[in-house]
Design a protein around this ligand. Structure first.
Ligand code: BG6
Length: 507
């Protein structure tokens, strides 16, 4: 049975702010992220009239492209979209420029500063600059230092730097990177991206919790039995073996995306709605989080790696056979783990996190399972009543669901579970923007609410330090269990919950 929560609204509810005049400088402009995410997001902002006419994008990379070549590359990447919106593209593309820059060469930075002055004059961008580091993470620190040395970060009101993930590889390297970055710029100038925070449904965790009165009284250890956070993907490693081999699912997904969903689900209500208040609460709750067994972490974490699978018609390659992957690789493509949060609200409630590539279904969700009714008065379908569950569907089918027991029709008094659904699509009827649209706009507006602060990133790394150290020092204690592609991960992950009398949700 399905119940729709609201009548479809289908009214224009968007409240969008227009970015102030500025030049967005993208380092790594010849890379994949620029053509696949950043320029499409900027073009979307342009089409939504959220970019001013006094706006420019300066692509920078080592390739000796001209402005025209850069425009051509971006046009190719946007493909059909450009044919549908030819006029808009022509106007947008007139604000795209390119400068060959190697961030490690001080004289290139001098040339860059001169080029920015020319752009400021021609496009009236008023010395406002956002520098986006879409380069290899090993250049984040030196890139910030180089920008600072060239005087390009000296005005905290007019210059910002956006840093892609991963921010560090572990607690120590994140601390060191923060130290370097914070020597080059004020924390208020630094925007660390986690694209999950750009998702409407991830932001909705806050609204659902703090704009309604019914959730807060039960959002704690007295009513919630366990919480499950999943980010499942059907794709494999694709062409990213070079990066992924030295990262793995723990660094690629858990430390950032899953941890952000955990923080928003468990933080206390902020004193007010602003970036500092929200980020204080997120950092605070992460500081109370810990692995369920810190001394023997292999008891609370399972790593897996996808092997070959699929069907005879559509066979799927195993991770070790993917191009660029070491045939004996022990990099995990799947992680499941159990955490606790040692504070008054959550003491004793298990949090189960899992993520994996090449799973049967693409879906990210947060599921809160409530405690069972203390007394079972009625016969239940399946023997015992199903615990109430609140399901926050992050993607796809964005929305939320609630599972509860109702009386089965008929003369007896049997209960059975039903689901109530809220769907963004049905209620609002317009697709949400890609996360990068929101995040780019916010960075250029100088609104850091949806970006991770330095101490938050460090707290997230510290949480997983026992696991990272174990994998480094004695990997045999946390082996990668093979799982067939397009299955729900290794059996050991089922046992992790099985030991607590639970099963992973399989939507
Ligand atoms: C990225 C990871 O941060 O997130 C990728 O590096 C992963 O490995 C991606 O595929 C998942 O993002 P989304 O938005 O598709 O869930």
């Amino acid at each position: 049975m399905t119940v729709t929560l609201t009548n479809p609204l289908r009214v224009g509810l968007r409240q969008e702010r227009v970015v102030s005049p500025q030049c967005l400088v993208i380092f790594g402009a010849s890379g994949d992220l620029t053509s696949r995410k950043l320029v499409p997001a900027l073009f979307e902002l342009f089409r939504q009239r959220r970019l001013p006419t006094e706006f420019a994008v300066l692509g920078c990379a080592r390739r000796p492209w001209s402005d025209e070549e850069f425009r051509g590359q971006m046009a190719e990447a946007l493909g059909d979209l450009i044919h549908e919106h030819r006029g808009a593209w022509d106007q947008f593309a007139a604000g795209l420029f390119y400068e060959p820059v190697d961030l490690q060469q001080p004289e290139h930075l001098v040339r860059l500063a001169q080029r920015l002055e020319v752009i400021d004059r021609h496009r009236a961008t008023r010395n406002n600059r956002t520098f986006y580091l879409s380069v290899s993470p090993k250049f984040y620190g030196s890139g910030c230092s180089a920008l600072a040395a060239a005087g390009l970060l000296s005005d905290p009101e007019r210059s910002r730097v956006v840093i892609e993930k991963p921010f560090g590889r572990d607690y120590g390297s994140a601390q060191e990177l923060n130290r370097i970055v914070q020597t080059s710029a004020k924390e208020s100038q630094v925007f660390r991206i986690d694209h999950y925070l750009g998702k409407e449904t991830v932001q909705n965790i806050l609204v659902l919790r703090f704009a309604n009165t019914i959730f807060e009284p039960i959002w704690n250890r007295n009513y919630i039995a366990s919480v499950e956070i999943t980010a499942a993907e059907t794709v494999g490693v694709e062409e990213r073996a070079g990066y992924y081999e030295s990262s793995g699912a723990l660094r690629d997904m858990v430390q950032n995306h899953l941890t952000q969903m955990l923080a928003l689900t468990t933080m206390e209500a902020p004193g007010r709605f602003d970036a500092e208040a929200i980020r204080n609460e997120k950092a605070k709750v992460l500081q109370s989080a810990r692995l369920a067994d810190e001394l023997e972490p292999w008891n609370c974490c399972v790593r897996g790696q996808y092997g070959p699978g699929g069907t005879a018609r559509r066979p799927l390659t195993g991770y070790r056979q993917e191009p660029g992957v070491n045939p004996n690789s022990t990099t995990e493509t799947y992680v499941a783990m159990k955490l606790f949060i040692d504070n008054w609200r959550w003491q004793g409630v298990p949090f189960y996190l899992r993520t994996g590539k090449r799973l049967p279904k693409r879906m990210s969700e947060v599921v809160l399972t409530f405690r069972e009714a203390p007394v079972h008065l009625f016969d239940a379908a399946g023997g015992s009543p199903t615990a109430n569950q609140l399901i926050l569907r992050i993607q796809p089918d964005e929305g939320a669901g609630f599972r509860f027991e109702v009386k089965s029709p008929g003369s007896g008094m049997r209960s059975r579970p039903v689901d109530m659904h809220f769907s963004y699509d049905e209620s609002f009827g317009e697709p949400s923007d890609e996360g990068y649209v929101r995040l780019l706009a916010d960075a250029m507006l100088g609104d850091p609410t949806l970006f991770t602060r330095g101490d938050e990133v460090e707290a997230a790394w510290r949480l997983y330090t026992p696991l990272l150290e174990l994998i480094e020092d004695s990997p045999w204690q946390l082996p990668v269990h093979p799982y067939e592609a397009r299955t729900w991960g290794p059996a050991a992950a089922d046992n992790l919950l099985g030991r607590d009398g639970l099963m992973w949700r399989r939507p």
